[in-house]
Design a protein around this ligand. Structure first.
Ligand code: HEM
Length: 495
Protein backbone atom coordinates (compact mmCIF):
# COMPACT_ATOMS: atom_id res chain seq x y z
CA UNK A 1 0.00 0.00 0.00
CA UNK A 2 2.75 2.48 1.00
CA UNK A 3 4.81 1.50 -2.07
CA UNK A 4 1.80 2.23 -4.28
CA UNK A 5 1.56 5.78 -2.80
CA UNK A 6 5.26 6.41 -3.38
CA UNK A 7 4.86 5.35 -7.03
CA UNK A 8 1.96 7.73 -7.47
CA UNK A 9 4.00 10.61 -5.95
CA UNK A 10 6.84 9.85 -8.41
CA UNK A 11 4.59 10.12 -11.47
CA UNK A 12 3.13 13.43 -10.22
CA UNK A 13 6.71 14.80 -9.85
CA UNK A 14 7.28 14.34 -13.59
CA UNK A 15 4.80 17.19 -14.29
CA UNK A 16 6.92 19.77 -12.37
CA UNK A 17 9.73 21.88 -13.78
CA UNK A 18 13.37 20.66 -13.44
CA UNK A 19 14.24 22.12 -9.97
CA UNK A 20 10.90 21.21 -8.47
CA UNK A 21 11.18 17.63 -9.68
CA UNK A 22 14.74 17.25 -8.29
CA UNK A 23 13.56 18.45 -4.88
CA UNK A 24 10.68 16.04 -5.02
CA UNK A 25 12.96 13.22 -6.09
CA UNK A 26 15.19 13.83 -3.04
CA UNK A 27 12.09 13.93 -0.80
CA UNK A 28 10.83 10.67 -2.24
CA UNK A 29 14.27 9.16 -1.70
CA UNK A 30 14.31 10.20 1.95
CA UNK A 31 10.77 8.92 2.54
CA UNK A 32 11.67 5.59 0.90
CA UNK A 33 14.80 5.19 3.03
CA UNK A 34 12.86 6.02 6.23
CA UNK A 35 10.14 3.52 5.25
CA UNK A 36 12.62 0.71 4.55
CA UNK A 37 14.62 1.44 7.75
CA UNK A 38 11.36 1.48 9.80
CA UNK A 39 10.28 -1.87 8.35
CA UNK A 40 13.74 -3.36 8.94
CA UNK A 41 13.95 -1.88 12.41
CA UNK A 42 10.58 -3.47 13.25
CA UNK A 43 12.02 -6.86 12.35
CA UNK A 44 15.29 -6.07 14.12
CA UNK A 45 13.47 -4.91 17.25
CA UNK A 46 11.37 -8.09 17.16
CA UNK A 47 14.56 -10.16 16.91
CA UNK A 48 16.37 -8.19 19.56
CA UNK A 49 13.54 -8.35 22.10
CA UNK A 50 12.54 -11.91 21.22
CA UNK A 51 8.99 -10.81 20.52
CA UNK A 52 7.78 -12.97 17.62
CA UNK A 53 7.44 -11.38 14.19
CA UNK A 54 4.02 -10.34 12.94
CA UNK A 55 1.79 -7.33 12.87
CA UNK A 56 -0.76 -5.95 15.35
CA UNK A 57 -2.98 -4.73 12.49
CA UNK A 58 -5.38 -1.82 12.94
CA UNK A 59 -5.79 0.12 16.19
CA UNK A 60 -8.35 -1.56 18.53
CA UNK A 61 -9.64 -4.18 16.07
CA UNK A 62 -6.19 -5.51 15.21
CA UNK A 63 -6.48 -8.41 12.77
CA UNK A 64 -9.79 -9.70 14.14
CA UNK A 65 -11.86 -9.01 11.00
CA UNK A 66 -9.53 -10.99 8.74
CA UNK A 67 -9.37 -13.78 11.33
CA UNK A 68 -13.20 -14.01 11.44
CA UNK A 69 -13.64 -13.79 7.67
CA UNK A 70 -11.15 -16.68 7.24
CA UNK A 71 -13.12 -18.53 9.96
CA UNK A 72 -16.22 -18.49 7.76
CA UNK A 73 -14.31 -19.85 4.73
CA UNK A 74 -13.69 -23.53 3.99
CA UNK A 75 -10.09 -23.08 5.21
CA UNK A 76 -10.15 -21.15 8.51
CA UNK A 77 -6.46 -21.94 8.98
CA UNK A 78 -5.66 -19.75 5.92
CA UNK A 79 -5.31 -16.79 8.35
CA UNK A 80 -2.55 -18.69 10.17
CA UNK A 81 -1.04 -20.19 6.98
CA UNK A 82 -0.41 -16.75 5.50
CA UNK A 83 1.37 -15.54 8.64
CA UNK A 84 3.28 -18.80 9.13
CA UNK A 85 4.77 -18.32 5.67
CA UNK A 86 5.79 -14.73 6.50
CA UNK A 87 6.82 -15.00 10.15
CA UNK A 88 7.15 -18.67 11.16
CA UNK A 89 5.06 -21.00 13.33
CA UNK A 90 4.86 -18.54 16.23
CA UNK A 91 3.83 -14.97 15.45
CA UNK A 92 2.26 -11.94 17.02
CA UNK A 93 -1.13 -10.52 16.15
CA UNK A 94 -4.01 -8.64 17.77
CA UNK A 95 -7.15 -10.75 18.06
CA UNK A 96 -10.50 -10.34 19.82
CA UNK A 97 -9.35 -7.18 21.61
CA UNK A 98 -5.94 -8.36 22.89
CA UNK A 99 -2.36 -8.41 21.65
CA UNK A 100 -1.86 -12.12 21.04
CA UNK A 101 0.96 -14.55 20.39
CA UNK A 102 -0.34 -17.29 18.11
CA UNK A 103 1.36 -20.66 18.46
CA UNK A 104 1.09 -23.28 15.73
CA UNK A 105 4.25 -24.96 17.02
CA UNK A 106 3.53 -28.19 18.98
CA UNK A 107 6.47 -27.71 21.38
CA UNK A 108 5.58 -24.11 22.24
CA UNK A 109 1.89 -24.99 22.69
CA UNK A 110 2.84 -27.90 24.95
CA UNK A 111 4.84 -25.63 27.28
CA UNK A 112 1.91 -23.17 27.42
CA UNK A 113 -0.60 -25.91 28.29
CA UNK A 114 1.70 -27.48 30.87
CA UNK A 115 2.21 -24.19 32.69
CA UNK A 116 -1.47 -23.48 33.16
CA UNK A 117 -2.28 -21.86 36.48
CA UNK A 118 1.30 -20.81 37.21
CA UNK A 119 2.34 -18.73 34.21
CA UNK A 120 -0.81 -18.83 32.09
CA UNK A 121 -4.49 -18.49 32.98
CA UNK A 122 -7.53 -19.02 30.74
CA UNK A 123 -8.65 -15.96 28.84
CA UNK A 124 -11.93 -15.76 26.96
CA UNK A 125 -13.94 -12.99 25.28
CA UNK A 126 -16.04 -10.87 27.66
CA UNK A 127 -19.42 -12.33 26.61
CA UNK A 128 -18.14 -15.84 27.34
CA UNK A 129 -16.85 -14.88 30.81
CA UNK A 130 -20.14 -13.23 31.63
CA UNK A 131 -22.18 -16.25 30.59
CA UNK A 132 -20.04 -18.97 32.12
CA UNK A 133 -19.76 -17.23 35.47
CA UNK A 134 -16.60 -16.72 37.54
CA UNK A 135 -16.86 -20.11 39.24
CA UNK A 136 -16.89 -22.08 35.97
CA UNK A 137 -14.13 -24.71 35.83
CA UNK A 138 -13.08 -23.25 32.48
CA UNK A 139 -12.19 -19.96 34.18
CA UNK A 140 -11.16 -21.06 37.69
CA UNK A 141 -7.50 -21.34 38.63
CA UNK A 142 -5.33 -22.87 41.30
CA UNK A 143 -6.61 -25.30 43.93
CA UNK A 144 -10.27 -24.85 43.14
CA UNK A 145 -9.80 -25.84 39.47
CA UNK A 146 -7.57 -28.78 40.49
CA UNK A 147 -10.14 -29.98 43.03
CA UNK A 148 -13.08 -29.74 40.62
CA UNK A 149 -11.10 -31.30 37.76
CA UNK A 150 -9.99 -34.17 40.00
CA UNK A 151 -13.49 -34.90 41.29
CA UNK A 152 -15.17 -34.75 37.87
CA UNK A 153 -12.33 -36.71 36.24
CA UNK A 154 -12.31 -39.51 38.84
CA UNK A 155 -16.08 -39.90 38.65
CA UNK A 156 -16.04 -40.02 34.82
CA UNK A 157 -13.32 -42.70 34.98
CA UNK A 158 -14.96 -44.79 37.72
CA UNK A 159 -15.85 -48.42 36.82
CA UNK A 160 -19.36 -47.79 38.15
CA UNK A 161 -19.96 -44.93 35.71
CA UNK A 162 -18.31 -46.79 32.82
CA UNK A 163 -20.73 -49.70 33.25
CA UNK A 164 -23.82 -47.52 33.61
CA UNK A 165 -23.00 -45.06 30.84
CA UNK A 166 -22.34 -47.86 28.32
CA UNK A 167 -25.87 -49.18 28.92
CA UNK A 168 -27.34 -45.65 28.78
CA UNK A 169 -25.60 -44.72 25.52
CA UNK A 170 -26.73 -47.96 23.83
CA UNK A 171 -30.30 -47.33 25.02
CA UNK A 172 -30.46 -43.72 23.80
CA UNK A 173 -28.89 -44.55 20.42
CA UNK A 174 -31.32 -47.47 19.88
CA UNK A 175 -34.29 -45.32 21.01
CA UNK A 176 -33.31 -42.78 18.39
CA UNK A 177 -32.79 -45.41 15.65
CA UNK A 178 -36.16 -47.01 16.38
CA UNK A 179 -37.86 -44.09 14.63
CA UNK A 180 -35.75 -44.37 11.45
CA UNK A 181 -37.89 -45.85 8.68
CA UNK A 182 -36.30 -47.68 5.75
CA UNK A 183 -35.47 -45.14 3.02
CA UNK A 184 -36.04 -42.19 5.34
CA UNK A 185 -33.75 -39.15 5.37
CA UNK A 186 -32.18 -38.85 8.82
CA UNK A 187 -30.33 -35.71 9.97
CA UNK A 188 -27.31 -37.13 11.77
CA UNK A 189 -26.33 -33.87 13.46
CA UNK A 190 -29.82 -33.50 15.02
CA UNK A 191 -29.99 -37.14 16.09
CA UNK A 192 -26.54 -37.12 17.69
CA UNK A 193 -27.29 -33.85 19.52
CA UNK A 194 -30.40 -35.43 21.01
CA UNK A 195 -28.49 -38.57 22.04
CA UNK A 196 -25.43 -36.82 23.51
CA UNK A 197 -27.53 -34.37 25.55
CA UNK A 198 -29.55 -37.23 27.06
CA UNK A 199 -26.38 -39.18 27.88
CA UNK A 200 -24.73 -36.21 29.56
CA UNK A 201 -27.77 -35.10 31.58
CA UNK A 202 -28.08 -38.64 32.91
CA UNK A 203 -24.40 -38.68 33.97
CA UNK A 204 -24.56 -35.17 35.41
CA UNK A 205 -27.86 -35.18 37.31
CA UNK A 206 -29.58 -38.56 36.67
CA UNK A 207 -32.14 -36.74 34.54
CA UNK A 208 -34.14 -39.04 32.25
CA UNK A 209 -35.83 -37.99 28.99
CA UNK A 210 -39.02 -36.04 29.80
CA UNK A 211 -40.37 -32.52 30.39
CA UNK A 212 -37.52 -31.35 32.65
CA UNK A 213 -34.87 -32.45 30.16
CA UNK A 214 -36.74 -30.85 27.24
CA UNK A 215 -37.02 -27.59 29.18
CA UNK A 216 -33.30 -27.61 29.98
CA UNK A 217 -32.43 -28.38 26.35
CA UNK A 218 -34.56 -25.50 25.11
CA UNK A 219 -33.04 -23.02 27.60
CA UNK A 220 -29.56 -24.39 27.02
CA UNK A 221 -29.82 -23.68 23.26
CA UNK A 222 -30.74 -20.05 24.01
CA UNK A 223 -27.85 -19.88 26.47
CA UNK A 224 -25.24 -21.29 24.07
CA UNK A 225 -26.27 -19.00 21.19
CA UNK A 226 -24.89 -16.01 23.14
CA UNK A 227 -21.50 -17.53 23.98
CA UNK A 228 -19.88 -15.74 21.05
CA UNK A 229 -21.74 -12.41 20.94
CA UNK A 230 -21.25 -8.66 21.32
CA UNK A 231 -20.77 -7.97 25.07
CA UNK A 232 -23.83 -5.70 25.43
CA UNK A 233 -26.37 -6.70 28.09
CA UNK A 234 -29.32 -4.52 27.07
CA UNK A 235 -32.81 -6.11 26.79
CA UNK A 236 -33.26 -7.68 23.37
CA UNK A 237 -29.54 -8.36 22.76
CA UNK A 238 -28.36 -11.91 22.29
CA UNK A 239 -26.23 -11.75 25.44
CA UNK A 240 -29.21 -10.56 27.51
CA UNK A 241 -31.40 -13.43 26.23
CA UNK A 242 -28.63 -15.93 26.95
CA UNK A 243 -28.21 -14.63 30.51
CA UNK A 244 -31.96 -14.97 31.06
CA UNK A 245 -31.85 -18.56 29.79
CA UNK A 246 -28.95 -19.28 32.14
CA UNK A 247 -30.91 -17.82 35.09
CA UNK A 248 -33.81 -20.16 34.24
CA UNK A 249 -31.48 -23.14 34.14
CA UNK A 250 -29.80 -22.16 37.42
CA UNK A 251 -33.24 -21.99 39.07
CA UNK A 252 -33.99 -25.51 37.91
CA UNK A 253 -30.60 -26.89 39.01
CA UNK A 254 -31.09 -25.24 42.44
CA UNK A 255 -34.44 -27.01 42.77
CA UNK A 256 -32.84 -30.35 41.83
CA UNK A 257 -30.13 -29.69 44.47
CA UNK A 258 -32.77 -29.05 47.17
CA UNK A 259 -34.66 -32.27 46.23
CA UNK A 260 -31.38 -34.15 46.29
CA UNK A 261 -30.51 -32.88 49.79
CA UNK A 262 -33.82 -34.23 51.10
CA UNK A 263 -33.05 -37.52 49.40
CA UNK A 264 -29.65 -37.66 51.15
CA UNK A 265 -31.40 -37.88 54.50
CA UNK A 266 -32.43 -41.37 53.46
CA UNK A 267 -29.30 -42.29 51.50
CA UNK A 268 -26.27 -40.22 52.54
CA UNK A 269 -23.68 -42.16 50.55
CA UNK A 270 -25.30 -41.88 47.11
CA UNK A 271 -22.59 -41.29 44.42
CA UNK A 272 -24.53 -41.92 41.22
CA UNK A 273 -23.83 -38.80 39.18
CA UNK A 274 -21.57 -35.71 39.03
CA UNK A 275 -24.05 -33.72 41.13
CA UNK A 276 -23.82 -36.29 43.96
CA UNK A 277 -20.02 -36.08 43.83
CA UNK A 278 -19.96 -32.28 44.07
CA UNK A 279 -22.67 -32.11 46.76
CA UNK A 280 -20.83 -34.71 48.78
CA UNK A 281 -17.80 -32.40 48.69
CA UNK A 282 -19.82 -29.45 50.04
CA UNK A 283 -20.70 -31.60 53.05
CA UNK A 284 -17.06 -32.46 53.77
CA UNK A 285 -15.17 -30.50 56.42
CA UNK A 286 -12.82 -29.22 53.71
CA UNK A 287 -15.67 -28.66 51.28
CA UNK A 288 -16.10 -25.20 49.88
CA UNK A 289 -18.36 -25.62 46.89
CA UNK A 290 -21.24 -23.18 46.94
CA UNK A 291 -24.63 -23.87 45.35
CA UNK A 292 -23.79 -21.32 42.62
CA UNK A 293 -20.46 -22.95 41.85
CA UNK A 294 -22.20 -26.30 41.43
CA UNK A 295 -24.96 -24.95 39.20
CA UNK A 296 -22.52 -22.91 37.04
CA UNK A 297 -20.47 -26.03 36.44
CA UNK A 298 -23.48 -28.28 35.82
CA UNK A 299 -24.48 -25.90 33.03
CA UNK A 300 -20.95 -25.65 31.55
CA UNK A 301 -20.68 -29.41 31.57
CA UNK A 302 -23.70 -29.56 29.25
CA UNK A 303 -21.69 -27.83 26.48
CA UNK A 304 -19.98 -31.02 25.21
CA UNK A 305 -23.42 -32.69 25.02
CA UNK A 306 -24.72 -30.10 22.59
CA UNK A 307 -21.58 -29.40 20.67
CA UNK A 308 -18.36 -31.40 20.77
CA UNK A 309 -19.57 -34.99 21.21
CA UNK A 310 -22.38 -34.81 18.59
CA UNK A 311 -19.90 -33.23 16.16
CA UNK A 312 -17.45 -36.07 16.70
CA UNK A 313 -20.13 -38.61 15.74
CA UNK A 314 -21.46 -36.51 12.84
CA UNK A 315 -18.03 -35.82 11.35
CA UNK A 316 -17.09 -39.50 11.61
CA UNK A 317 -20.16 -40.36 9.48
CA UNK A 318 -19.26 -37.53 7.08
CA UNK A 319 -15.66 -38.67 6.58
CA UNK A 320 -16.57 -42.37 6.39
CA UNK A 321 -19.10 -41.61 3.65
CA UNK A 322 -16.31 -40.21 1.51
CA UNK A 323 -13.95 -43.14 2.24
CA UNK A 324 -15.75 -46.45 1.37
CA UNK A 325 -12.66 -48.53 2.16
CA UNK A 326 -12.53 -47.23 5.74
CA UNK A 327 -16.29 -47.73 6.12
CA UNK A 328 -15.98 -51.32 4.97
CA UNK A 329 -13.14 -52.10 7.39
CA UNK A 330 -15.04 -50.45 10.24
CA UNK A 331 -18.13 -52.46 9.40
CA UNK A 332 -16.20 -55.76 9.32
CA UNK A 333 -14.59 -55.06 12.68
CA UNK A 334 -17.91 -54.17 14.32
CA UNK A 335 -19.86 -57.06 12.73
CA UNK A 336 -17.25 -59.44 14.14
CA UNK A 337 -17.69 -58.02 17.64
CA UNK A 338 -21.49 -58.15 17.38
CA UNK A 339 -21.55 -61.75 16.17
CA UNK A 340 -19.08 -62.95 18.79
CA UNK A 341 -21.04 -61.29 21.61
CA UNK A 342 -24.40 -62.53 20.31
CA UNK A 343 -22.93 -66.04 20.04
CA UNK A 344 -21.88 -65.95 23.70
CA UNK A 345 -25.04 -64.06 24.74
CA UNK A 346 -22.89 -61.42 26.42
CA UNK A 347 -23.36 -57.64 26.45
CA UNK A 348 -20.75 -55.50 24.72
CA UNK A 349 -18.77 -53.78 27.48
CA UNK A 350 -16.92 -50.43 27.74
CA UNK A 351 -13.57 -52.15 27.21
CA UNK A 352 -14.87 -54.14 24.18
CA UNK A 353 -15.84 -50.86 22.50
CA UNK A 354 -12.68 -49.02 23.49
CA UNK A 355 -10.37 -51.79 22.26
CA UNK A 356 -11.66 -52.02 18.69
CA UNK A 357 -8.43 -50.86 16.99
CA UNK A 358 -9.74 -49.68 13.64
CA UNK A 359 -12.81 -47.98 15.16
CA UNK A 360 -10.53 -46.06 17.55
CA UNK A 361 -8.30 -45.08 14.61
CA UNK A 362 -11.36 -43.74 12.76
CA UNK A 363 -12.27 -41.66 15.82
CA UNK A 364 -8.69 -40.40 16.25
CA UNK A 365 -8.52 -39.40 12.59
CA UNK A 366 -11.92 -37.66 12.84
CA UNK A 367 -10.63 -35.67 15.82
CA UNK A 368 -7.49 -34.67 13.90
CA UNK A 369 -9.18 -33.65 10.67
CA UNK A 370 -12.38 -32.29 12.24
CA UNK A 371 -10.74 -29.96 14.78
CA UNK A 372 -13.90 -29.62 16.85
CA UNK A 373 -12.03 -27.37 19.30
CA UNK A 374 -9.70 -25.31 17.13
CA UNK A 375 -7.50 -24.14 19.99
CA UNK A 376 -7.48 -22.57 23.45
CA UNK A 377 -6.75 -19.08 24.73
CA UNK A 378 -4.55 -18.22 27.68
CA UNK A 379 -3.20 -14.99 29.20
CA UNK A 380 0.38 -14.69 30.42
CA UNK A 381 0.92 -13.64 34.07
CA UNK A 382 4.59 -12.79 33.49
CA UNK A 383 7.15 -12.25 30.73
CA UNK A 384 8.22 -15.68 29.56
CA UNK A 385 10.43 -16.96 26.76
CA UNK A 386 9.60 -20.25 25.06
CA UNK A 387 11.89 -21.64 22.32
CA UNK A 388 13.34 -18.12 21.92
CA UNK A 389 9.92 -16.45 21.59
CA UNK A 390 9.05 -13.81 24.16
CA UNK A 391 5.47 -13.84 25.46
CA UNK A 392 5.06 -10.55 27.33
CA UNK A 393 3.10 -10.30 30.59
CA UNK A 394 -0.59 -9.51 29.96
CA UNK A 395 -0.58 -10.79 26.36
CA UNK A 396 -2.87 -13.60 25.20
CA UNK A 397 -1.56 -16.83 23.75
CA UNK A 398 -3.69 -18.67 21.21
CA UNK A 399 -2.53 -22.28 20.97
CA UNK A 400 -4.11 -23.08 17.61
CA UNK A 401 -4.46 -26.87 17.40
CA UNK A 402 -6.01 -26.81 13.93
CA UNK A 403 -2.80 -25.66 12.17
CA UNK A 404 -0.76 -28.29 14.02
CA UNK A 405 -3.23 -31.06 13.05
CA UNK A 406 -3.12 -29.95 9.39
CA UNK A 407 0.62 -29.35 9.14
CA UNK A 408 2.55 -31.37 6.53
CA UNK A 409 5.51 -31.44 8.91
CA UNK A 410 3.40 -33.51 11.32
CA UNK A 411 1.09 -35.47 8.99
CA UNK A 412 1.59 -36.72 5.44
CA UNK A 413 -1.24 -35.48 3.14
CA UNK A 414 -2.86 -33.74 6.13
CA UNK A 415 -6.18 -32.97 4.41
CA UNK A 416 -6.80 -36.64 3.59
CA UNK A 417 -9.00 -38.78 5.87
CA UNK A 418 -6.64 -41.65 6.53
CA UNK A 419 -7.42 -43.69 9.69
CA UNK A 420 -4.64 -46.14 8.77
CA UNK A 421 -1.99 -43.50 9.59
CA UNK A 422 -2.70 -44.21 13.29
CA UNK A 423 -1.58 -47.83 12.97
CA UNK A 424 1.97 -46.54 13.35
CA UNK A 425 1.51 -43.12 14.88
CA UNK A 426 1.21 -42.29 18.57
CA UNK A 427 -2.03 -40.42 19.36
CA UNK A 428 -0.60 -39.05 22.60
CA UNK A 429 2.18 -36.93 21.08
CA UNK A 430 2.30 -33.11 21.25
CA UNK A 431 1.17 -32.76 17.62
CA UNK A 432 -2.22 -34.32 18.48
CA UNK A 433 -4.16 -32.33 21.08
CA UNK A 434 -7.91 -32.37 20.29
CA UNK A 435 -8.59 -32.66 24.03
CA UNK A 436 -6.06 -30.00 25.11
CA UNK A 437 -3.29 -30.89 27.54
CA UNK A 438 -1.64 -30.27 30.90
CA UNK A 439 -3.81 -29.70 34.01
CA UNK A 440 -6.83 -28.97 31.87
CA UNK A 441 -6.70 -32.07 29.66
CA UNK A 442 -10.36 -32.85 28.94
CA UNK A 443 -11.70 -35.16 31.69
CA UNK A 444 -14.47 -36.33 29.32
CA UNK A 445 -12.20 -37.67 26.58
CA UNK A 446 -12.94 -41.34 27.20
CA UNK A 447 -16.70 -40.71 27.38
CA UNK A 448 -16.49 -38.84 24.06
CA UNK A 449 -14.63 -41.76 22.44
CA UNK A 450 -17.03 -44.29 23.95
CA UNK A 451 -20.12 -42.46 22.70
CA UNK A 452 -18.68 -42.25 19.20
CA UNK A 453 -17.70 -45.96 19.28
CA UNK A 454 -21.17 -47.08 20.36
CA UNK A 455 -22.92 -44.85 17.86
CA UNK A 456 -20.73 -46.09 14.99
CA UNK A 457 -21.10 -49.71 16.13
CA UNK A 458 -24.90 -49.57 16.16
CA UNK A 459 -25.03 -47.60 12.92
CA UNK A 460 -22.74 -49.70 10.73
CA UNK A 461 -24.05 -53.05 12.00
CA UNK A 462 -27.69 -52.08 11.27
CA UNK A 463 -27.72 -49.65 8.37
CA UNK A 464 -26.18 -48.67 5.08
CA UNK A 465 -26.74 -45.11 3.86
CA UNK A 466 -26.43 -42.62 1.07
CA UNK A 467 -25.41 -39.12 2.11
CA UNK A 468 -26.98 -36.03 0.58
CA UNK A 469 -24.83 -33.02 -0.35
CA UNK A 470 -23.53 -31.16 2.72
CA UNK A 471 -20.41 -29.33 3.90
CA UNK A 472 -18.53 -28.55 7.09
CA UNK A 473 -18.73 -25.00 8.47
CA UNK A 474 -16.07 -24.05 11.02
CA UNK A 475 -17.24 -20.76 12.50
CA UNK A 476 -18.11 -19.87 15.23
CA UNK A 477 -18.13 -23.59 16.05
CA UNK A 478 -17.72 -26.62 13.77
CA UNK A 479 -21.05 -27.85 12.34
CA UNK A 480 -22.60 -29.25 9.17
CA UNK A 481 -24.33 -26.69 6.99
CA UNK A 482 -27.41 -28.89 6.37
CA UNK A 483 -27.24 -31.01 9.55
CA UNK A 484 -25.81 -34.02 7.63
CA UNK A 485 -28.81 -35.62 5.88
CA UNK A 486 -28.41 -39.32 5.01
CA UNK A 487 -30.92 -41.73 3.46
CA UNK A 488 -30.79 -44.90 5.57
CA UNK A 489 -31.41 -48.50 4.53
CA UNK A 490 -31.91 -51.15 7.18
CA UNK A 491 -30.09 -54.47 6.80
CA UNK A 492 -32.71 -57.16 6.16
CA UNK A 493 -31.89 -59.07 9.35
CA UNK A 494 -33.13 -56.04 11.35
CA UNK A 495 -36.27 -55.20 9.39
C1 HEM B 1 -15.26 -34.64 21.23
C2 HEM B 1 -15.53 -34.25 22.45
C3 HEM B 1 -14.72 -33.30 23.28
C4 HEM B 1 -13.69 -32.47 22.90
C5 HEM B 1 -13.08 -32.30 21.50
C6 HEM B 1 -13.25 -31.78 24.10
C7 HEM B 1 -12.19 -30.89 24.13
C8 HEM B 1 -11.75 -30.27 25.28
C9 HEM B 1 -10.60 -29.39 25.35
C10 HEM B 1 -9.70 -29.00 24.17
C11 HEM B 1 -10.46 -28.98 26.63
C12 HEM B 1 -9.35 -28.09 27.19
C13 HEM B 1 -9.82 -26.67 27.41
C14 HEM B 1 -8.72 -25.77 27.93
O1 HEM B 1 -7.58 -26.18 28.01
O2 HEM B 1 -9.03 -24.62 28.23
C15 HEM B 1 -11.55 -29.57 27.38
C16 HEM B 1 -11.77 -29.35 28.72
C17 HEM B 1 -12.86 -29.87 29.40
N1 HEM B 1 -13.75 -30.81 28.95
FE1 HEM B 1 -13.83 -31.57 27.10
N2 HEM B 1 -14.02 -32.19 25.16
C18 HEM B 1 -14.93 -33.13 24.71
C19 HEM B 1 -15.85 -33.82 25.47
C20 HEM B 1 -16.09 -33.62 26.81
C21 HEM B 1 -17.05 -34.35 27.61
C22 HEM B 1 -17.93 -35.50 27.11
C23 HEM B 1 -17.01 -33.83 28.88
C24 HEM B 1 -17.78 -34.21 30.10
C25 HEM B 1 -18.44 -35.28 30.29
C26 HEM B 1 -16.01 -32.78 28.87
C27 HEM B 1 -15.67 -32.01 29.95
C28 HEM B 1 -14.64 -31.10 29.97
C29 HEM B 1 -14.29 -30.30 31.14
C30 HEM B 1 -15.00 -30.31 32.50
C31 HEM B 1 -13.19 -29.51 30.78
C32 HEM B 1 -12.47 -28.46 31.64
C33 HEM B 1 -11.26 -29.04 32.32
C34 HEM B 1 -10.52 -28.00 33.15
O3 HEM B 1 -10.49 -26.82 32.78
O4 HEM B 1 -9.99 -28.41 34.18
N3 HEM B 1 -15.47 -32.69 27.59
N4 HEM B 1 -12.30 -30.36 26.53
Amino acid sequence: MQMECLGRLWSYSCCFDGVQSWKLLILVGIVSVVFVVWKKDGKYRAKRTGLPLGTLGWPFIGETLEFISCGYSTRPESFMDKRRRLYGKVFKSHLLGSPTIVSTDPEVSKVVLQNDGRIFVPSYPKSLNELMGKSSILLLNGNMQKKLHGLIGSFLKSPQLKEQITVDIEKYVLDSMRSWEDGQVVYIQDETKKIAFQVLLKALMSLNPGDELEYLKQEFRKFISGLVSIPVKLPGTRLYKSLQAKANMVKMVHRIIEDRKENYNNNGSRQEDVLDVLLHETNNITGHFTRDLISDNMIDLMIPGEDSVPMLMTLAVHYLTSCPLALQQLQEENMKLKESKEGKKEPVTWSDYMSLPFTQNVITETLRLGNIITGVLRKSLQDIEIKGHLIPKGWCVFTYFRSIHLDEDNYESPYKFNPWRWQEKDPTGSSFTPFGGGHRLCPGLEIARLEASIFLHLLVTRYSWEAEEDSVVSFPTVHMKKNMPIKVKKFTSFS
